[in-house]
Design a protein around this ligand. Sequence first.
Ligand SMILES: Cc1ncc(COP(=O)(O)O)c(C=O)c1O
Length: 402
Amino acid sequence: MKDFSHLFSNVSKNVCASEIRELLKIIGQKGMISFAGGLPAPDLFPAEELGEIAKKAITQNPNKALQYGSTEGSNDLRKELIKLIKQEENIDVSLDELLVISASQQGLDLAGKAFVNPGDAVLVGMPTYLGALQAFDTYAADIIGVESDDFGMKPEAIEQKLAELKEQGRQCKLIYIVPDFQNPTGTTVPTQRRIKILDIAKKYNTIILEDSPYRKVRFSGEPQETFYSLDKGQGNVITMFTFSKTLVPGFRLGYVIGNKEIIRKFVILKQAMDLCTSPTCQALAEAYLKTGKLEEHVKHMTKVYSAKRDAMLKALETYMPEGITWTKPEGGLFLFVVLPEHIDTAKMLHTAIKHNVAYVSGSAFYPDKSGKNTMRLNFSYSSFEDIDEGMKRLAQAIKEYK
Ligand SMILES: Cc1ncc(COP(=O)(O)O)c(C=O)c1O
């Protein structure tokens, strides 16, 4: 085999393959029930409507839908997004405070590129979104895990880490937070805790990167205020939203809002990444937003996911052996399971796969690879029957592994 290791960059050596993306290859096997991916339910995609919209958008205005576009995103879509943000979050944003991105994952990469030099500190929750760890790893960040509980990252723990860094003469570049129905735990940070975390970020002169793809997928309880709106335009928060979980992930379309100086920096960095986010998908999203159907669509989708969450909770209650606990999220796509200490879910996955059921081992979400006795389960993708059958198989795998 040819060896290219003398040619690969340090960046390429910093990054490990995503356990989830690797897993996705296995779980395509026939008969497998997978709770591993973070996939929305495909039967809920508004495929017919998008098909009709696509035909019109492409044939009626090919120069918009099929031509190169500006890096910032099309003005027409950005105007629609500004209206949407006002309507959903009561946040006022101007055109130069908003950038259309190739979904949130690109926003994470942009944040890493814009802020992180090798060795720079970035604070994340333990556990946190794996794709963020990968993105920050690319820039050789010193990713520091912060203790979390059922309400997200603990403010005292954040402050302690920031104080330690300050003592060492180091600046924390970013505090990365998924505040609503976090991936992987499903937990939400209450507004009061957000206020405390924001105050701490300000005290230590750092920035909060708020990543909230699941915000609109709420089943019960009250929406908590975004970090962005709590900051009242002072520039301490960058917030990313995406169409991946509210409409379709295939568009690879999201948007980031923040201080215009930061957005300008992101625009320049994005120029070198992809010139612009797909104008075709932007045109489709704009046309879909103009139908005014997004709210109704999300409402319907949320109802189905809520019933699936209930089905998974019930099946866990029914089949799981003693000594296992799990989160009960008020929204989103995931719940998180904690097993007895001696169980290593990465090793147990082989047993689970033999039983034709898959999950993601929780350690993938910990920057220090702890959390070996945890796993993430997705409830949005599988059918109701598969949720029940899959939990039965998982319980069998756990009993066999024990
Ligand atoms: C917290 C979080 N951020 C970002 C992403 C990336 O989403 P996308 O790039 O599809 O917007 C995901 C996907 O699962 C996620 O869970």
